[in-house]
Design a protein around this ligand. Structure first.
Ligand SMILES: [Zn+2]
Length: 327
């Protein structure tokens, strides 16, 4: 169990501290982007709180732990939106109607609100009433990606737990120990996962990501040989990747690796070791300053798109810079 909660020792130790000191709060808000392990941590905490052994981690074999593992714990309730948002009706039917009833048989009555940041303002106001005067044994575990959507009145009544993104090395280490990936592949997936194990695991399954990466890398390797007009055609072709968050990361990593190859001259410094030949070849054709300039052109494109810059135009400007045109 613990093994899945990788790299979140800070959050875990403060939860254990709360149990040890008998200061379990009525409400926790777990914050972190998708795939960082919010649900895993909330489940683990709920299982621990309900465990009949009463320790700082679940014993794994008492009635409560068994019930939890079978997915049928009577005193752990999952709250999920019926529609796109978590509305007043969801709060009423999934929390309001049962919150005052005594728990069936275990120590606490725990509500795990997945996607709590989908709560509408009205729903938050409805929830606030319960949060202001929670029944004694009730614990709410709210999971959310964004903190900014919550009313200050909610935030002031929950204990906030921010999950930390992991380093690429930690994600890679997880992949190596828990999947069949070889070291070289683990490093590649980790570098696209932005500190999230869940995302890395998703990418492993995502054949469209792998195809996109292959296609983009082939074009980048060919870029020095094509004319400027042909290069600008890429901008048009790549419009299909407009909504792919990792599209520009692929391009960025390409130049980052060329720069690493130039400066460090060794294979170990490369992230994309599967591309070593192409990278060293490309590195042979440009100086370090050029590689750095190109990497920063990609970075600027990324920034422009975050600020809602026009996709096609942004790519055209970037491709001109990658072709070494003065702009
Ligand atoms: Zn137990």
């Amino acid at each position: 169990m613990e093994k899945q909660i990788w790299g979140q020792e800070r959050v875990l130790s403060s939860l254990r501290g709360a149990i040890r000191q008998g200061h379990v709060s009525h409400a926790y808000l777990f914050l972190g982007s998708a795939g960082m392990g919010k649900k895993t941590i909330a489940d683990y905490f709920a299982k621990t709180l309900q465990c009949e052994a009463g320790g700082e981690e679940p014993c794994g074999h008492c009635k409560s732990c068994m019930a939890f593992s079978s997915g049928n714990h009577p005193d752990v309730i999952y709250v999920r939106p019926e529609k796109k948002t978590l509305g007043v009706e969801d709060i009423r039917s999934q929390i309001g109607e049962t919150v005052d009833l005594k728990q069936y048989r275990y120590r606490y009555k725990i509500y795990i609100v997945e996607d709590a940041d989908l709560m509408t303002v009205q729903a938050q106001n409805a929830f606030l009433k319960t949060l202001e005067e929670p029944p004694a044994q009730v614990v709410f575990l709210l999971l959310a990606q964004r903190e900014s959507v919550f009313l200050p009145t909610i935030l002031s009544r929950v204990v906030r737990m921010k999950l930390q993104p992991l380093s690429d090395t930690e994600v890679a280490r997880y992949l190596l120990e828990n999947t069949a990936l070889a070291q070289q592949e683990a490093a590649i997936y980790a570098s696209y996962a932005q500190g999230s194990i869940g995302r890395a695991l998703e990418l492993m399954e995502d054949t469209s990501f792998q195809q996109m990466r292959q296609e983009v890398l082939e074009k980048l390797a060919a870029l020095p040989a094509v004319s400027l007009a042909e290069a600008l055609q890429y901008a048009k072709e790549w419009e299909k990747y407009k909504n792919e968050p990792r599209f520009l990361d692929i391009i960025y990593l390409w130049y980052r690796d060329i720069l690493a190859a130039k400066l460090l001259m060794e294979e170990n410094s490369l992230i994309q070791k599967d591309q070593r030949n192409q990278i060293f070849q490309a590195a042979g054709r440009m100086c370090a300053a050029e590689a750095a300039k190109k990497a920063s052109a990609v970075w600027e494109a990324k920034k422009s798109l975050v600020q809602n810059g026009n996709f096609r135009l942004t790519l055209e400007v970037m491709l001109m810079k990658l072709k070494g045109e003065q702009i």
